[in-house]
Design a protein around this ligand. Sequence first.
Ligand SMILES: C[S@@+](CC[C@H](N)C(=O)[O-])C[C@H]1O[C@@H](n2cnc3c(N)ncnc32)[C@H](O)[C@@H]1O
Length: 268
Amino acid sequence: MDIMNDFSAAEFDRLDDLLAFVSIYDDDNRTQAYFNLLDKNVKNIRDKVCVEAGCGFGILAEHLAQLGAKKVYAVEANQHLYDIAAHRLSSYRNVELVCADIRDFSPREPVHLLVHEFFGQLLLDEDIYVLDQLTFVPKVILPNQARLNISVLPASEFVDACVTQIVLEKLKGALVAGLFDANNVQPEQLILTWQPGLKTYQTIVDIHDSPGDVLCFGLEIYHDDSFVCRAGECDNWSLVWTPRAGDQFLLKFTPANRGTFVQFRWLK
Ligand SMILES: C[S@@+](CC[C@H](N)C(=O)[O-])C[C@H]1O[C@@H](n2cnc3c(N)ncnc32)[C@H](O)[C@@H]1O
């Protein structure tokens, strides 16, 4: 879904976010994985003060309320999404909706649990870094781990009549989400991890002993080492592909005010 006409940069970003999130909520696997995660952690929700950071349409805040949270602060920066969440959550007396950047939100009481889904297809390429800039300290952050893995694979298994070997070569240096329709691939080599407070925004990866001429990157989300969901199995996160152009590369994330710049460079 693309917006075809002109808006101010700020309004374009808000509307573009809105459309991006419409497609997120079409992803039942992602949503069900998060519901399962909340259900498993009900002891940290029932009678507790909870925050959903970036509540979008409010579906996780609603689930927290239904699981018996004492109070749910549903915090959303995008006014359009806030309005939609307000509609969904208006009948829950234990939910307070806040239209703000989560970094500016100061709850009136100690927060037990914070739930978030700020992961990008390359793990750190969306808004996960904002959790390093909170004004409060939740006892539990859900989920609390994520990993970015790669596999180096033979391109011949993936190229087809449209994305041919020449097309692939033209994409040298570009990380392309969803280039190949190969959701059964599960990248296995861990190259980057995230956990709350671990401010690692770059990695240098050496693949000289891995044969293959195309790289495939895949996000995996965990809580306390229990698997939650992964790219490919959830439409929201595609696998990301790039042709091999060396034996060592840099992947670096630079947080901006909204979103993150991704730098990818072959070093050797
Ligand atoms: C991927 S969506 C997840 C929505 C919801 N948590 C869910 O899982 O269904 C991320 C949401 O966070 C919001 N967001 C991103 N950065 C934010 C920030 N700094 N403060 C508050 N909301 C933010 C976005 O507008 C979006 O609605």
